[in-house]
Design a protein around this ligand. Structure first.
Ligand code: SF4
Length: 486
């Protein structure tokens, strides 16, 4: 009998991308093989997000599109995973007659068995139980990857769930309370990725910097916002010296403490870029959002971080049109964006989410106003990004090359693409050498709206292997990871 085939469609954040990868690992370990589309699949999984309303609408539309295929092929197993699955549970089965399986983020290890049960005629099932008693973190299997196909960057989960209760956010409901992965497991996975050829690791968690593990030294002070995340960073830097770059997403500004700032100062492996969600520049709105910091505290913390790491760049997340947000509140947001000097950001229009405390605040900002504010915010950060990129022209930067950038019409390669430690995207013309996965010195010659162009320093050419030995990375470029929450 030929192997069963699966297809996973991912919606939402990097946490979901990571969960989809782990679903693939679990299924392949049970003999399934991946296929490139639903038409050839025996199992289709929609891995969903419910942080914003649009992702849920997309699920409804995708399920609708799949209905004719399911009708023609009734043995096809259709599953919904991720946050919408956790949020809606059995109700999803009732609303979607061609849906077979609803599976929560903590139940991914059970996916192969549950999918097989469905193929064997089990009744439609919803399995959405949090693993509080024995938290499980699905480990990646880097050793199974052929060396020539190792990705340049990989994500490693450090924690799951969230103990914050931001009033707009559904994550505490869909991902549960915080659970931390043992640091030894995290370090072992980082080591395994690096041994497989990965150069850059991004630590992943809903509030990644709230990390705790009794096996690590205790926080350096009795500041209640101190955690053991800085110690985790130090342990990774110490135990995996071959790692080229270390990033993390998404932190909560509360935990940008003196210890975390000191870790940035001391560890060259830590990227000189931090994505630090702020959500609003108005204290009145931050309070209604239950963010537990003021704009002054936020600005003070990032200014201390910048003091410790000169040249560090920052990006952030914003919600516009939160209930009660006035024009004056929004002007404060624009002023904060300017003062913080963000070089990029993710911004979304507020949409009420089920089970969130903000529901009782209504949704009083008109759609027109939300759109207008979103456009102004994006225009401002785009101008800041362009101005920043212009300052980099003429300098020499270190670029981790992540993949191919452009190919000509005949398919020949014309340039590569990579990122600096500060998260600037750099295009590098082909120089006849194998560049993917290399950290190279580049002279920046030109700035575009969102990226840079530069030439490899001539002294680098001789140490690089010929292009014939180029690695073929599996993962497509995800140059700016979408936020996981924070
Ligand atoms: S926005 Fe981030 S910190 Fe706030 S509740 Fe959601 S996941 Fe937690």
């Amino acid at each position: 009998m030929s192997a069963l085939r699966y297809y996973v469609q991912t919606m939402g954040c990097q946490m979901n991308v990571h969960d989809s990868d782990r679903m693939g690992d679990a299924l392949r370990a049970h003999g399934w093989t991946e296929t490139s589309g639903p038409e050839d699949a025996d199992l289709v999984v929609f891995n969903t997000c419910s942080v914003r309303e649009k992702a849920e609408q997309k699920l409804r539309s995708e399920l609708g599109k799949l209905a004719p295929l399911k009708k023609a092929k009734p043995e096809l197993v259709v599953a919904v995973a991720g946050c919408v699955a956790q949020q809606e549970g059995e109700k999803l089965l009732g609303r979607n007659p061609h849906l077979d399986l609803v599976i929560g983020p903590d139940n991914i290890p059970e996916l192969p068995r549950l999918a097989l049960d469905q193929r064997n005629g089990a009744l439609p099932t919803a399995r959405t139980v949090f693993d509080y008693d024995a938290p499980q973190f699905l480990a990646a299997q880097p050793s199974a990857i052929e060396p020539t196909r190792a990705p340049v960057s990989a994500f490693v989960t450090t924690m799951k769930g969230c103990d914050e209760r931001c009033s707009f956010c559904i994550v505490p409901y869909t991902r549960g309370s915080e659970r931390y992965r043992p640091s030894a497991e995290i370090i072992a996975e980082v080591q395994a990725w690096v041994s497989a050829g990965v150069r850059e690791i991004t630590l992943l968690g809903q509030t990644v910097d709230s990390f705790r593990d009794d096996a690590l030294p205790p926080p350096a002070s009795d500041d209640p916002d101190e955690t053991q995340f800085p110690e985790l960073l130090r342990a990774i830097a110490r135990e995996v010296p071959a790692l080229a770059r270390l990033r993390y997403t998404s932190p909560h500004p509360r935990h940008l403490t003196a210890s975390l700032i000191a870790a940035h100062r001391d560890l060259p492996v830590l990227a000189a870029h931090v994505h630090m969600p702020v959500q609003s520049g108005s204290n009145r709105i931050l309070k209604r959002m239950i963010r537990r910091y003021t704009r002054e505290e936020y600005l003070d913390r990032i200014s201390r971080l910048r003091g410790a790491v000169p040249g560090l760049t920052l990006s952030s997340d914003f919600i516009v049109g939160f209930p009660g947000e006035t024009d004056a509140d929004f002007e404060e947001t624009l002023a904060l964006v300017a003062e913080a000097g963000f070089t990029s950001l993710f911004a979304f229009k507020y949409s009420p989410r089920p089970f969130t405390p903000a529901l009782k605040l209504g949704d009083d900002v008109t759609e027109e106003k939300k759109s207008e504010r979103l456009q102004r915010l994006l225009a401002q950060v785009e101008a800041q990004q362009s101005a920043h990129l212009a300052t980099v022209v003429g300098t020499e930067v270190s670029v981790l090359v992540e993949g191919l950038s452009k190919t000509a019409a005949d398919g020949t390669l014309t340039s590569y693409q990579g990122r600096t430690s500060r998260n600037e995207i750099v295009h590098i013309p082909d120089c006849g050498r194998a560049l993917i996965g290399e950290v190279v010195r580049v002279q920046v010659t030109e700035a575009f709206r969102h990226s840079l162009r530069g030439d490899i320093h001539p002294s680098e050419i001789s140490r690089l292997a010929p292009k014939s030995s180029e690695r073929r990375t599996k993962r497509s470029l995800a140059l700016v990871p979408a936020p996981t929450a924070g």
